[in-house]
Write a protein that binds this ligand. Sequence first.
Ligand SMILES: Nc1ncnc2c1ncn2[C@@H]1O[C@H](COP(=O)(O)OP(=O)(O)OP(=O)(O)O)[C@@H](O)[C@H]1O
Ligand SMILES: O=P(O)(O)OC[C@H]1O[C@H](OP(=O)(O)OP(=O)(O)O)[C@H](O)[C@@H]1O
Ligand SMILES: O=C(O)c1cccnc1
Length: 469
Amino acid sequence: MINFTATYTDQYQLAMAQVYFKSSQKADRAVFDYFFRKLPFQGGYAIFAGLDHLLEILEDLRFSNEDLEFLKKQHFDRDFIAFLKDFRFRGKIRSVKEGDVVFPNRPVLQVEANIIEAQLVETIILNLLNFQTLIATKASRINLVARGNLLIDFGLRRAQGPGGYLASRAAVIGGVSATSNVVAGKDFDISVSGTMAHSFIQSFDDELTAFKCFAQERPQDCVLLVDTYNTLESGMPNAIAVAKEMEERGDKLMAVRLDSGDLAYLAKKTRRLLDDAGLDYVKIAASNQLDEYVIKSILEQEGPIDIFGVGTNLVTGGPDGALDGVYKLAWSGGKPRIKISESITKTTLPHRKQVFRIKDSHGKCIGADAIGLYNETHIDTMYHPFEITKKMVLKGFEQEPLMETVMENGKKLIAKQSLTKIAEYSKQRLSELPIEYKRFDNPHLYKIGISEALRNERDKLIRESKRSL
Ligand SMILES: Nc1ncnc2c1ncn2[C@@H]1O[C@H](COP(=O)(O)OP(=O)(O)OP(=O)(O)O)[C@@H](O)[C@H]1O
Ligand SMILES: O=P(O)(O)OC[C@H]1O[C@H](OP(=O)(O)OP(=O)(O)O)[C@H](O)[C@@H]1O
Ligand SMILES: O=C(O)c1cccnc1
């Protein structure tokens, strides 16, 4: 839907790229790490999302003629603009698999490319991965408490503008099964579904006629909204009457939707009314400012709800507005690079790197990832990145390398996967994560360590930079 061209970037990327272009750095190769520093929702994990979509966009990324005309007006150099005419991303990308569980302060994706190319794609990478990872994580939290009940994304109207388009994609990775968002359904092959609005019922002189007309037109997936006037006194008796008429025509009412009031209480009453009317196959859907906490609570109250329609809190990532993912230089001009910070926690890790998931001898994740240099195939001891006395001996543990090459010379190496497949993978990876990292209150802290070789390289660069001050 959105036509991404290479101007989907921040101005400073172009300003820096022009300097590289006109200097001896023009042909330099650079390596950048994508990672985030803080888990969203005060949770214990995040779900990585956006990769396949990003790679497809990077494969085709270029400046259009209008883009180049616009840049002329922005005081960019003519030779640089001529160079941008043939700009393509021809780099290499190594990444964790889309849908995997990921943690702060360790590379999730690494870009290795000509420095101009690597710089120009920073913004689009951060924009697509930060947002989709945030929303997939939110969806996954909702899915964790939904006990297998169906989740539908109702969020487009409340999303931050067109962000709703990508939110619908990411929500599926986190475990949402369908969306009301028709364009996302079309573009990303997501099952599209929906019910009806209060305005539809209001537009008729009576609720029963509204229900009847809808059921006539849409018998295959009819869901009646029962709370416009009075759920138990009006909506439910009318819905039951229409369900009975549908039965006479050989159709079946799919569900009723509750959208206000005490959803657990009303669902119990509604279930009883349906069952007493011999309509035990009719499902109960609920919506109204749902999130993982409300759904958990409703199910703990044994509210018999089968379908949850979640909007605002899902697609905006409420209450967190953004994932703080960053893109930091780790190598360029043939040398490792480091960003020193007042706070050691913000000092970056130099070099190309690999990340290993540490597992016990039964293949069970123990709650730790270790970062090594790219050519390390095994890490004997992992060190706390900042507290020098803390270390963990990894002898006897399985070490699963997480970063694989997914793009080479600007061409995607991995086959396109359906969102359902990515969601299945995500579910499997989440099931490997011990439960203490998944609880909402004070989840266990997942350990991130670095190898001795990486620590030595980092500390050497810190010493060198101090000496040169
Ligand atoms: N049984 C329940 N347990 C916990 N939370 C619930 C339960 N039922 C509803 N909620 C949540 O409580 C909030 C109720 O919001 P609100 O006060 O706006 O109610 P409402 O019924 O929508 O009111 P109104 O009729 O004015 O629209 C919603 O977020 C809803 O999801
Ligand atoms: O509460 P959310 O999680 O964001 O879920 C989406 C909400 O959007 C709709 O309400 P809206 O008032 O926009 O339209 P309606 O008249 O069809 O209810 C729907 O009925 C839900 O209540
Ligand atoms: O189909 C629905 O019921 C729906 C769609 C969007 C928002 N709220 C509800």
